[in-house]
Design a protein around this ligand. Structure first.
Ligand code: NAP
Ligand code: F7E
Length: 324
């Protein structure tokens, strides 16, 4: 049987890597993208002609029914979300609709369309929030600390409920932070790699950040989209944590990034600005991905290499007068 994937959030970091990987595996790839006043296909530009793009919005159930009819997917990857935790306090209702309720839209659209398909929900380590145990695994209770985290918990539980209620094939990839040169510029890793590259090239002399002490389990995004695909190839729908098992502070990321750029002492460049602190912080995340490792997954890129990949990339594009 031919494999057909529908990816929501195709224009995002993960959507772009997943689409490339599935094209390499001879999938027919459809992607749901939303209309914007200017085109925003940078991340998929190089292989856009190989993807079938469908315009629609994840909060609009009619869009989803249309996308299902047009693509008849064997696998659906639900990656669309308002994914920036900071914005979830300034746009909490939009975040709840886009990141939480939209999963219910998608599941209802599948039921109403009466199609047989497998569904992957991009769940998040932000569901663990104020962690009740370390490391966190599939059985760790949730304690979300942001409207984003709460919305992801809602999407997670509705996916479990539809799996149990209707026998639908729905799996969760509970992904810890994953980064890459395609990461959005407001996330701390990319903000640092871009800021450090600007400083190293003499284009800037300051980098404003918030809490340097929070710790994250940072991995490389293409490893996590491989995990999402692997999860949907299993004989039974289930939930899996994807993580490296290592944790590092924002300060360590910053220190390493400056070193990669050849700057040993960075105090004079970094300014702490209260506006980047969050109303409630997630202090520490470390994932236990044993269950996913048992089905053949492992991360391929170390923390040091991840920082280097991102800083080198930003140095290269900024040397060519790209992103500022
Ligand atoms: P991202 O780069 O922010 O991409 C999000 C995607 O969702 C974009 O394509 C965006 O479209 C799309 N989108 C947003 N609102 C939409 C709407 N109303 N209708 C249709 N599309 C919409 O995020 P990412 O890092 O690739 O993450 C992918 C998924 O994994 C997200 O669900 C995220 O919450 C989850 N996740 C990410 C991480 C991580 O560390 N990256 C960890 C755990 C879970 P535009 O391009 O038009 O904005
Ligand atoms: O923040 C601290 C900030 O915005 C990481 C999303 O992909 O991963 C991501 O969420 C940490 C936080 O990612 C700045 O306070 C300090 O402690 O890069 P972030 P996130 O909030 O961990 C999870 C798993 C997801 O699911 C999300 O979709 O860095 N921090 N100073 C800062 N953060 C930002 N953004 N900007 C700063 O200036």
């Amino acid at each position: 049987m031919s494999k057909i994937a529908l990816i929501t959030g195709i224009t995002g970091q993960d959507g772009s890597y997943l689409a490339e990987q599935l094209l390499d595996e001879d999938y027919e790839v459809y992607g749901l993208y939303r209309r914007s006043s200017l085109p925003h296909f940078e991340r998929i530009e190089e292989f856009k002609d190989k993807i079938k793009l469908i315009e629609g919005d994840i909060t609009d159930v009619g869009s989803l029914i249309r996308a299902l009819k047009e693509s008849e997917p064997t696998e659906i990857y639900n990656l669309a979300a308002q994914s920036f935790v900071g914005t979830s306090w300034t746009q909490p209702i939009n975040t709840m609709n886009t990141t939480g309720l939209s999963m219910l839209n998608l599941l209802e659209a599948i039921r109403l369309s009466d199609i047989e398909t497998r569904v992957l929900q991009a769940s998040s380590s932000e569901m663990f929030g104020k962690v009740v145990e370390t490391p966190q695994n599939e059985n760790t209770p949730f304690y979300p600390r942001s409207p984003y985290g709460v919305a992801k918990v809602a999407a997670y539980w509705i996916s479990v409920n539809y799996r149990e209620s209707y026998g639908m094939f729905i799996s969760n990839c509970i992904a810890f932070n994953h980064e890459s040169p395609r990461r959005g510029i407001e996330f701390v890793t990319r903000k640092i790699s871009n800021g450090v590259a600007n400083i190293a090239l003499g284009k800037s002399d300051r980098l404003e950040l918030g809490n340097l002490e929070s710790k994250r389990d940072w991995g490389y995004a293409p490893d996590y989209t491989r995990a999402m695909h692997l999860i949907l190839q299993q004989s039974k729908a289930d939930d899996y944590v994807a993580a490296t098992g290592e944790t590092h502070s924002v300060r360590e990321f910053l220190d390493r990034a400056f070193k990669v750029a050849g700057i040993d002492s960075w105090d004079k460049y970094v300014i702490i600005n209260q506006k980047y602190f969050r109303p409630a912080e997630v202090d520490l995340l470390t994932g236990d991905a044993s269950k996913l490792r048992n089905i053949g997954w492992k991360p391929s890129i170390s923390f040091d290499d991840l920082v280097k990949i991102m800083v080198d990339y930003d140095m290269q594009i900024l040397s060519k007068d790209g992103l500022e």
